[in-house]
Write a protein that binds this ligand. Structure first.
Ligand code: ZN
Ligand code: ZN
Length: 430
């Protein structure tokens, strides 16, 4: 293999873990580094490896990525955690069909695949011919099967499951029609509905995942900074939304996490407004909700800005929403009940007399999906797990007049809440 002459060094403490985890190789050399007074290992990267890491990476980027990955990337343990669930439920296997969960468990990023985890701990990943190379490159901790046949039919033909085995399936992902097909194709097993099978595991992010979410958030904030100056130029909502998409992609997002919302004046009163052809005008409050995806992980942020002086009522509402949001940020901690956190913000808004104008939940989980478990909602009582990443996004919407929403994304760490969002919250008047 022809190696490119990129060579980088890492400090001894990290060397073995970093090398094995990130490149699957041992260090090529060990040299004494007088500056750090320690032995350091050196590696070379092949062109293929370089392209996997991204072409434009500087040496520092590579080191940072590898170090972050080595610090606490727990992806190797995920199959083991699913196995523990299988045992807990006295089943013989779990079949993951929801693609973000499949990605989380074994690394596959394509659009067709199933992951079968057995009670013994082995795992089989199945996909079709389009993904032969991609699966070989991406999937770890599972045996890869590529077939032209229907995936469950193939499982049957290869005896990947035995007669009478109990197989957990993701009943919140599989349609009734698909289940009926599976039951026909693989008659000898017992299909057992398991709603939210891996949702808690997926919710608890490791440091590697959090670093990706932080990167996605930084990117979105950079975009926000540069579009703030455009708001006053008389663009339409849709033009501004297009600019948000354009800048995200240009700055390195692989895609948008969702279609951005730009909603000015009375349109701001629709919490999930579509951007329209309406031109932003003097006196508008503009709700801007946007997020991009970096290495699979989403960002999600809302800021409300004003085009010129928005008036007394707008300022009052803005202040209420901001106080509600800050109270929730202050109160948030792991182990808290979802509805209790929602209530902290809701009370501030109710006291100000806008209780009926806050018609949605306070927030939602974020990760490989833009909306994932746990929801932060008055309708949910479950405990918010440590290391979960959730949004805090109260809003007040006055029909035909205006809307205000402010949204941050936080990590609920045992040692305290980390707010990934750093964009300021003073009302910006453009
Ligand atoms: Zn949002
Ligand atoms: Zn959100």
């Amino acid at each position: 293999m022809a190696y490119v002459p990129l060579r980088y060094y890492l400090h001894e403490g990290n060397v073995t873990r970093v090398a094995r985890r990130a490149t699957g190789k041992k260090p090529l050399t060990h040299v004494w580094d007088p500056e750090s007074a320690s032995w350091v290992g050196g590696y070379s990267l092949s062109p293929q490896e370089l392209s996997m890491w991204g072409e434009a990476l500087s040496e520092e980027d590579v080191i940072e990525r590898l170090s972050t990955k080595a610090l606490r990337d727990e992806s190797d343990q995920r199959i083991g955690r699913i196995r523990a669930l299988v045992e807990e439920r006295e089943a013989d296997a779990a079949l993951l069909s929801s693609l973000p969960d499949v990605r989380w468990a074994c690394g596959f990023t394509g659009s067709s695949g199933l992951l079968l985890v057995h009670a013994g701990g082995e795992a089989d990943f199945l996909t079709d011919g389009r993904y032969r190379e991609q699966a070989a490159r991406e999937v770890s901790n599972a045996e890869v099967h590529v077939t032209r046949r229907d995936l469950v039919e193939y499982m049957d033909s290869q005896y990947l499951l035995r007669k009478g085995e109990r197989v957990l399936f993701q009943s919140d992902d599989v349609t009734i029609a698909r289940l009926e097909e599976w039951q026909d194709q693989l008659e000898r097993v017992e299909w057992v509905a398991a709603k939210g099978l891996v949702r808690e595991l997926v919710a608890m992010k490791d440091e590697y995942e959090i670093s990706k979410m932080r990167a996605a958030q930084r990117l979105t904030e950079d975009v926000f900074k540069s579009i703030s100056s455009l708001v006053w130029r008389g663009l339409t909502e849709r033009e501004l939304a297009a600019e948000i998409v354009h800048q995200h992609l240009r700055e390195g997002a692989e895609r948008m996490a969702f279609e951005p919302i730009v909603a000015g004046g009375p349109n701001g009163a629709l919490p999930h407004a579509c951007s329209t052809g309406r031109r932003l005008q003097q006196g508008d409050l503009v709700v801007v909700d946007m997020g991009g995806v970096v290495d699979g992980y989403a960002s999600d942020m809302t800021r409300t800005v004003a085009v010129g002086e928005p008036g007394e009522e707008a300022r009052v509402v803005y202040d209420v929403v901001r106080r509600a949001q800050e109270a929730a940020l202050e109160a948030a901690r792991p182990g808290m009940a979802s509805d209790a956190l929602d209530a902290v913000a809701r009370e501030v808004i109710e006291e100000a007399g806008y209780g009926n104008e806050f018609p949605h939940s306070l927030g939602h989980g974020l990760g490989l999906r833009t909306h994932e478990w746990p929801s932060v909602s008055y309708r949910r009582e479950y405990e918010l797990p440590a290391q979960s990443v959730v949004t805090i996004e109260p809003g007040v919407y006055l029909p035909n007049r205006l809307g205000v929403r402010i949204e941050d994304t936080v990590v609920l760490r045992e040692e305290g809440v980390e707010n990934l969002t750093q964009a300021p919250k003073d009302l910006v008047v453009c």
